[in-house]
Design a protein around this ligand. Structure first.
Ligand SMILES: Nc1ncnc2c1ncn2[C@@H]1O[C@H](COP(=O)(O)OP(=O)(O)O)[C@@H](O)[C@H]1O
Ligand SMILES: [Mg+2]
Length: 455
């Protein structure tokens, strides 16, 4: 199985055809490799299903791999990984499928906070794939961020039909082993009721929650507590309230009969994913503040007096809008960040914070750069931790970011720095001059501290 690669290093060649390159990912069932199909001269993804002597019997695991391949083969949809072949070699079943260039949604969520619009857009893709699966009588049963690959140019693909069930075929689960990830599992799966497509929609709801809020809503510190939480605990309240949270609440109804269905879900996601409506500019009399949109930026030669009154009227107009709309309006004012920052500074802190929480990290950073650090810190006090961390990260290791950290309370700075990439945190702490670096560092979690060395 091992031959020499043209470059001289050993390569692992499977079935005398597939040259293993790198690991694309790893899950409960085995390893997914990026491989070169020498016969067709193209890259493919190769899933090696590792049969283990633990848990289920070898024959059941083998049958499950075949079932994964057959489930995939039933579905033709751009959001479902296309299967090319399945075979056994070296004691392992191997599944050959299309290689999706990108990374898992799980990794993406860990790296940055996604906007509602991004989550809705990729959610629609996954939903379309799931709907195609359901139409082919396949229930996925393991929908979660790790099983969604987000590729370039908006390509989203649902993978891992390893425990999928083809409706009407007998179950493979032996000795009541509960397969799948309990924190994403629908209550009706946990208590053994009949499971249908609605169970996948539940898992999609948990997935959306993770992407939106940055944590898994029913995860507890042991499996029993997690299962209990799925079945009985209420959905945690939102840190980023908005239309997507309402969708999540509709999907996470414990009773599958009351759960939001695919058609309504698609409608709601489409509305959230739609780009903001660009209203045609309206000529307004100068004396009256605009009702729903900030005024367009004044001409550059405007006097500072006119500026001040125009900032106030723009702020008054924004103050009447919902936080998400304010955030979008501020993001749209990129051509004049100092004006946008001026408007932001005129909003009450709480409202400013909620609005900033809906901006892109780069947009928010551009505005905070223009404001005094104390004002920036008080605005960030009302921004969710991970979102604030993204903004700080977007500011980069700059004097503005350092001053912002110095202006935060110790508690707040720790909460935010916890989510900033550790190398950036390290550089920021090193640059602070308020003598709090060691104290701030000591308040970070051991996992983050382990990646930071401050001399
Ligand atoms: N076709 C593919 N293209 C690119 N990456 C993939 C593909 N299939 C799986 N992956 C990556 O490999 C990881 C593990 O694959 P998965 O099928 O979920 O294995 P497991 O059954 O062991 O969980 C996924 O999280 C994903 O990141
Ligand atoms: Mg998986």
């Amino acid at each position: 199985m091992t031959t020499d690669a043209p470059a001289g290093g050993p390569v692992r060649l499977i079935k005398n055809r597939y040259e293993l390159r790198t690991q694309l990912g790893r899950g409960g069932m085995g390893t997914v490799w990026l491989a070169m199909d020498r016969m067709l001269g193209r890259l493919v993804a190769l899933k090696e299903v590792v049969l283990t002597p633990y848990g289920e019997g070898i024959e059941i695991q083998r049958a499950r791999a075949l079932r994964e391949a057959r489930s995939l083969a039933r579905i033709r949809h751009p959001a479902i990984a296309e299967i090319y072949d399945v075979f056994e070699e070296g004691g392992s079943p191997w599944i050959v499928m299309v290689h999706v260039e990108g990374g898992s949604l799980d990794d993406l969520i860990r790296r940055r906070t996604l906007s509602e619009r991004e989550i809705a857009a990729l959610g629609r893709e996954v939903l379309a794939g799931l709907t195609a699966a359901h139409a082919a009588h396949v229930v996925h049963r393991d929908v979660k961020p790790a099983n969604i690959v987000v590729g370039h140019e908006g390509k989203v693909v649902l993978v891992d039909f390893g425990i999928a069930q083809i409706v009407g075929e007998s179950g493979l689960t032996s000795r009541s082993i509960m397969l799948g990830t309990t924190e994403f599992m629908a209550p009706e799966r946990i208590d053994g009721r009949a499971v249908g497509p609605a169970a996948d929609l539940w898992s999609l709801g948990v997935t959306f929650f993770c992407a939106l809020e940055g944590y898994s809503p029913f995860r507890r510190d042991n499996a029993y507590a997690t299962v209990h939480a799925v079945c009985t605990d209420d959905l945690p309240p939102p840190r980023r309230g908005g239309p997507l949270y309402d969708v999540v609440a509709g999907l996470l109804r414990k009773d599958p009969a009351l759960r939001m269905g695919a058609a309504e879900l698609d409608r709601r996601l489409a509305a959230i994913a739609a780009p903001p409506r660009r209203e045609p500019p309206v000529e307004r009399p100068r004396a009256r503040p605009p009702q729903s949109r900030p005024e367009p930026p004044p001409p550059r030669q405007a006097s500072s007096l006119r500026d001040a009154s125009s900032l106030r009227s723009a702020a008054a107009a924004l103050a009447a809008m919902a936080p998400a709309a304010i955030g979008q309006a501020l993001d749209a004012m990129t051509d004049d960040p100092s004006r946008a920052a001026g408007v932001l500074a005129l909003l009450p802190s709480g409202q400013a914070g909620r609005a900033v929480g809906h901006m892109t990290a780069a947009g928010a950073a551009a505005l905070l750069r223009q404001l005094p650090a104390s004002r920036g810190a008080s605005i960030l006090a009302d921004v969710p931790d991970r979102v604030a961390a993204d903004i700080l990260n977007a500011l980069g290791v700059t004097p503005a970011a350092v001053r912002l950290v110095e202006a935060m309370t110790t508690r707040r700075a720790r909460q935010v720095l916890e989510y900033v990439p550790p190398p950036v945190t390290a550089a920021l702490l090193r640059a602070t001059t308020d003598g709090r670096a060691a104290r701030l560092l000591a308040g970070l979690s051991p996992a983050v501290r382990a990646q930071i060395a401050i001399d």
